[in-house]
Design a protein around this ligand. Sequence first.
Ligand code: MF3
Ligand code: CO
Length: 250
Amino acid sequence: MAIVCKSQAEIEKMRRSGHIVRQILDELRRLVAPGVTTMDLEKAAAAKIKELGAKPAFKGYYGYPCVLCTSVNEEIVHGIPSPKRVLKAGDIVSIDCGVVLDGYYGDAAITVAVGDSVSPERQKLMEVTEQSLYKAIEQVKLGNTISDIGGAVQEFVEANGFSVVREFVGHGIGTKLHEEPQVPNFRSRGAETRLREGMVLAIEPMVNTGGPEARVLEDKWTAITADGGSSAHFEHCVAVTRNGPLILTQ
Ligand code: MF3
Ligand code: CO
């Protein structure tokens, strides 16, 4: 499996799919409120994907049933939207969305507070996780390695007293949702690959208030923190250019 570098024209296409994902996440952020179910978010996303002329990337992927992943509180990633999951004030919900347009994928995630009574710890968790994504993006430049990206996430997150999930990692993206290379959110000896012009990376820190350990529920998808601590997740697709990082999911 080799890393596929993208031409400028391909990166332009990925910018279009990335922009669609961003528009969807912006709409969903506005919908999040106490009393809304994660299935309400799913339905709004499915309608918006259609309206914008794209196709969902996650639905059917290894049998995944929905267009979104919605992961609440101690859920780290891959929570499945449900009409029974009613968001309540004080919750945090991570919303992950992927689409494909004209053969090219876009993938991004945000974590949103439900109501305005989220605990200071959860508030800080969301801020640190989002900031760690931007620390990672700063490392996306020629001469650096994949490990520098994860190193920046890990250093920032641990300095703030939180932990980085190891079981799930970011990834290359292009004409497939998941391409080489893996992009861990921690420094890793196996990730000394040098960044090259045209690589496109989905960088997606998953950060826990407690320990880093995860476990997967009986639904075979939902990953939760082993210790019940809260978890947040932010994701952008970023192209490596000679002028530094280019965020495609804006
Ligand atoms: N953003 C996640 C990822 O890139 C979402 C995948 S959900 C799946 O791995 F259903 F498509 F697996
Ligand atoms: Co992803």
